[in-house]
Design a protein around this ligand. Sequence first.
Ligand code: DC
Length: 216
Amino acid sequence: MPPTIAIDGPAASGKGTLSKRLAAHYGFAHLDTGSLYRAVGLSVLWAGGDPANPEMALAAALALTPESAILVHPGLRGDDAAQAASQVAAVPAVRAALLDFQHSFVAQPPGGKGSVLDGRDIGTVVCPDAPAKLFVTASMEVRAERRVKELRGAGQDVSLQTVLADMKARDERDSQRAVAPLKPAVDAFVLDTSVLDADQAFAAACAVVGAKIGPV
Ligand code: DC
């Protein structure tokens, strides 16, 4: 099995940026697993359904393939897709369907060298045997400020208060759900990026991952 680097953490912790950089550094394929849940949530919204409806959410999850155009749709990054993702993610059958998707990616990553997966349950459920695991986090305030900057950069007019409230709701749902809740794996290195910039976080991550899987 090609090696996998498992990266978990809450929204706007910096795990996405870090995962992409690690993937480029090691020449591994990157899978942003949040985009799978976002695609399922958005499909249900587009069909006029309720993302909390298990049947609709499961049908959308089963229809998702690596070639699905929705996986690269700009609408995936919106806050409605994020909230819908968090709702479909609490449906056990949806998680089971997306587990198959993720296991196929890990077994045969594009390029064949290895993979970096980022999400909420990679180190705990999807790849419990991954040789390197990071749990990337930051304070709620720092994360909300980062998300505001990102959304405003994308031309959206948002307030810090709204983003903070949405983030709290999502964190709570993601960490309290019965199946695969957001939590660090016992063998994960917890990397707090509250006072680190992207370069510092990358350097710290490389040191941890390099010690586990060796140099590039
Ligand atoms: O990382 P993100 O913000 O794109 O994730 C969107 C939602 O998907 C998140 O609120 C919870 C869910 N998710 C999950 O339950 N498990 C994952 N491995 C990835 C995301």
